[in-house]
Design a protein around this ligand. Structure first.
Ligand code: SF4
Ligand code: SF4
Length: 277
């Protein structure tokens, strides 16, 4: 047994590593949730947090999925850990460490609305600094005056902060499902590339992974189609990239031309998300 594992270490692992270097593709971007719920309640939140359940990602599952992705891909250029509000997760620091362990060269960010930053413990700041994690802060209109303070905290902790001032939201949905999926997909991909990981499966975006929430809250029937099971036999990095570039049937439930509206507080009505409601 020991002999086998030494042989594997000496001959097989370097071969796999070398082969992987030339054959495994790069994924440009990946996002995932640490929580689905949020401490803010934004109108038309793109990830349905105002109507989402209280949900926390599992650290074991995350670690397993990151490991699996590192076997399939040579790297991921940018990984964003988000929500909901990811700083609500009590194990947030461990998620950062795990992500860095499997993707040493990725640009890893945690995405927050900033409100919890002043309350975060040293454990969190230490993990950000050691694992070279940047913080993307989405600053909404009511909190503009807090942004300099948040930036100052990051500076003091030696953690890069990237502030994004956001006033406009997109309304993507057409919950009647009569859009041309190809046109919606191409229109959306011309603006965003946002593959989404959840519980061992990759989706073209967060929509198909999270549409359980509008379905439950509004009684709609948006199909939840995942593109790729990371553990399916025969799956490769190249197949993953190809699948992520194809529309899924959830795309019929998106508008080809999403409208924009100004930030506001959600009253959880369907028209916040559904252009045809
Ligand atoms: S802060 Fe972000 S995740 Fe939270 S409700 Fe607003 S848009 Fe959604
Ligand atoms: S479901 Fe399709 S069209 Fe809608 S946002 Fe996702 S990728 Fe774009």
């Amino acid at each position: 047994m020991l002999y086998h594992s030494i042989l594997r270490k000496v001959f097989v692992d370097p071969w796999n590593t070398l082969q992987g270097r030339f054959t495994k593709p790069v994924l440009n971007y990946l996002e995932l949730h640490l929580t689905d719920h949020c401490n803010l309640n934004c109108r038309g939140c793109g990830h349905f947090s105002p109507i989402a359940d209280k949900w926390f990602a599992s650290l074991d599952e995350h670690d397993r999925d990151m490991h699996r992705l590192s076997e399939l891909l040579s790297t991921i250029r940018q990984i964003r850990l988000m929500g909901g509000e990811p700083l609500l997760h009590p194990e947030v620091a461990s998620f950062l460490k795990s992500t860095r362990a499997w993707f040493p060269s990725a640009d890893i960010r945690i995405v927050t609305n900033g409100l919890l930053l002043p309350k975060m413990p040293e454990l969190f700041w230490g993990a950000c600094a050691t694992a070279r994690i940047g913080i993307d802060v989405t600053v909404y209109p009511p909190f503009l005056r807090l942004a300099p303070k948040w930036r100052g905290i990051g500076r003091a902790k030696g953690v890069p902060m990237f502030m994004e001032y956001t006033e406009l939201f997109y309304r993507f949905g057409n919950f009647s499902g009569d859009s041309n999926p190809e046109s919606s997909f191409r229109s959306c991909r011309s603006k965003f590339y946002c593959p989404f990981l959840r519980q061992g499966k990759l989706y073209v975006c967060g929509g198909p992974a999270l549409c359980q929430y509008p379905n439950k809250y509004f009684g709609t029937h948006i199909p939840s189609t995942y593109s790729i099971d990371l553990y399916e036999e025969g799956i490769t990095g190249r197949k993953i990239l190809a699948e992520l570039d194809r529309p899924v049937n959830t795309c019929s439930y998106c508008c080809e031309h999403p409208s924009q509206f100004k930030w506001g507080v959600s009253n959880k009505s369907q028209e916040e998300w559904d252009a045809k409601a």
